[in-house]
Design a protein around this ligand. Structure first.
Ligand SMILES: Cc1cc2nc3c(=O)[nH]c(=O)nc-3n(C[C@H](O)[C@H](O)[C@H](O)COP(=O)(O)OP(=O)(O)OC[C@H]3O[C@@H](n4cnc5c(N)ncnc54)[C@H](O)[C@@H]3O)c2cc1C
Length: 519
């Protein structure tokens, strides 16, 4: 009888790991045997690069389960969700698992209309304040790299989030890749599938609908006030509120603060994007002057070093590295210049980019005001915009010139399509960021030979690595400590960073409401 559910680890050359026939041979399978991959990672620590696989022979049950959604039952009540990013959408899906009706408000447009507005940022340098890389259906996660790994192991069910992504159209390889990613070309369709599921099960999604206020009875939130951004009309909705507005919703942070919602300023790393030719990164990371060859993926990197400024330790680290990707204009208002990165599913672009950021500590009396880091961010984004000649042509400098404080007389080609402005970045960035950045780059250059090169550029500025505020909430119920029936959620609330952890936080907030209303 064929052996069932046997797990076998393999270490193969990239070429052998590329072909199913070679894997089958290495597993000594007979023609009737089946196998699935449970885990796949690349080990490039030494000269010879290997692919490590964990395979299950003849699995007796499917390796992932599908979630069943129920039709919303209006008699059970409704839950208002502000924001359709990963936190908001996964909260809505969790409610529908139990038949509770979600009503989602999204200030931005649906994914298709949003794509047009995003293209205009590059072609015309025009940022629509309600439809951009931060705002619109799917939130900041839609036009992103779609990297789906999180450092957090504690916050709940990573696997559950990945399984839902697969259920809505992501490739099943995300379930076993050590560093799963979806790609910006595939994400919009997946988000549309989630929308269709929410609507077909009786939920509601309102686009171009800005939540401007909460309905309060004392310290209890009874609902919210929604402005239709097309007609200007204002409507009130009632129900508990999941506030999943992401890290760029500064007007909403201000509104919540003015109502006395408990929050504090939060540490936030800021810096620049660094971009290299992908081939160079492949050569460095795979220890091969010819690059990655036919069977290896575009190489990634990841580093963290310690520097100090004015006697205070400041970490400098890579953030959201995008192999084969693009640096994108991620501002959400007209007089800001902000950069971020994304890549398509095949990571086939010519460049590798990553955030290169410095820990920013919001301690000290100047950060006692909960909105103080918001203002710091705003000032830096405005200064960057001015350095860019009041445009989206982001300030940039060759890495070698940044280290020697010379203006770059020319800039190498870049994936950043709005264009670049040659600048002294040390005049754009405050010293508490630019000084550690210089020291950090020198240390990184010692660790990764070839990383500091004339061909690499720094593009300013990366200011939105997480939220500038943290809402205070009860650790068990996740309700605001100041307001009943308000659930600050996801990255904007300061409890998540990235797609997966925001989605998990959304599901946790929904579960807390389900516990209160149904069980
Ligand atoms: C270019 C780019 C690339 C990225 N790449 C990755 C990556 O590869 N992997 C990763 O894990 N993370 C990535 N991120 C970060 C990731 O997108 C966020 O961590 C995640 O989307 C946060 O989810 P969220 O639901 O908390 O908030 P968001 O996704 O920011 O969603 C919040 C939503 O709320 C809406 N909103 C705000 N205020 C209001 C209001 N008052 N009324 C109505 N609607 C409102 C906004 O329009 C927005 O759509 C990237 C971000 C960007 C910008």
């Amino acid at each position: 009888m064929a052996v069932k559910d046997k797990d076998i680890s393999l270490r193969l050359t990239p070429e052998k790991a590329f072909s199913e026939a070679s894997i089958r041979k290495a597993l000594h399978l007979s023609p009737s045997d089946e196998f699935v991959i449970l885990r796949r990672s690349t080990d490039a620590r030494r000269q010879d690069v290997y692919i490590d696989l964990l395979c299950r022979i003849n699995p007796s049950s499917p390796v992932y389960k599908e979630t069943v959604f129920r039709q919303a039952d209006p008699s059970k009540g409704q839950v208002l969700i502000v924001g359709s990013g990963p936190a908001g959408l996964f909260a809505a899906l969790k409610l529908l698992e139990h038949g509770l009706k979600p009503i989602v408000f999204e200030r931005g447009k649906d994914v298709h209309s949003r794509r047009v507005d995003i293209a205009k940022i590059s072609t015309e340098g025009v940022v629509d304040p309600s439809s951009n890389y931060s705002f619109g259906e799917g939130g900041a996660g839609t036009y992103s790299d779609g990297k789906l790994y999180t450092r957090s192991k504690k916050r709940g069910d990573n696997q559950g989030v990945l399984e839902l992504f697969v259920q809505f159209g992501a490739p099943s390889s995300i379930l076993y890749e050590a560093h799963p990613h979806i790609g910006t070309d595939k994400l919009p369709r997946i988000i549309e599938n989630m929308r269709e599921c929410i609507l077909s099960h009786g939920g509601e999604i309102h686009f171009q609908s800005l939540v401007t206020d909460f309905l309060l009875s004392g310290n209890s939130v009874k609902g919210c006030v929604v402005k239709d951004l097309v007609t200007g009309s204002v409507t009130e909705f009632s129900g508990p509120v999941i506030l999943a507005v992401g890290n760029a919703a500064r007007d909403t942070f201000r509104m919540a603060h003015s109502l006395g919602v408990a929050m504090e300023s939060k540490d936030l790393s800021m810096g620049v994007r660094i971009e290299h030719p992908q081939h160079l990164i492949d050569c460095i990371q795979y220890h091969n002057k010819n690059g990655r060859g036919l069977y290896l993926p575009p190489a990634e990197y990841n580093f963290a070093v310690q520097t100090s400024y004015n006697g205070i330790r400041r970490g400098v680290y890579s953030f959201c590295m995008c192999p084969g990707g693009f640096v994108v204009p991620a501002a959400s208002d007209r007089s800001q210049c902000v950069v971020n990165g994304m890549s398509p599913s095949n990571r086939g672009g010519k460049f590798a980019n990553s955030g290169l950021v410095v820990e920013f500590l919001s301690d000290g009396p100047e950060f006692e005001d909960p909105l103080s880091v918001v203002r710091y961010q705003e000032e830096l984004e405005k200064k960057t915009f001015l350095a860019a000649g009041s445009s989206q042509k982001a300030p940039a400098q060759r890495v070698t010139d940044f280290l020697s404080d010379h203006l770059s007389s020319s800039l190498p080609s870049s994936s950043y399509t709005p264009g670049l402005t040659s600048c002294l970045l040390s005049e754009v960035l405050p010293p508490e960021i630019s000084t550690p950045l210089k020291e950090g780059l020198s240390l990184i250059g010692q660790k990764m030979r070839g990383f500091i090169t004339e061909e690499s550029i720094l593009i300013g500025t990366e200011t939105r690595t997480s939220s500038p505020v943290r809402f205070l909430r009860d650790p068990l119920t996740l309700e605001s400590t100041s307001h009943e029936n308000l659930y600050p959620c996801g990255e904007g609330a300061g409890f998540a960073g990235g797609i997966v952890s925001s989605a998990i936080d959304g599901m946790r907030c929904a579960s807390s409401i389900l516990d209160k209303l149904l069980f």
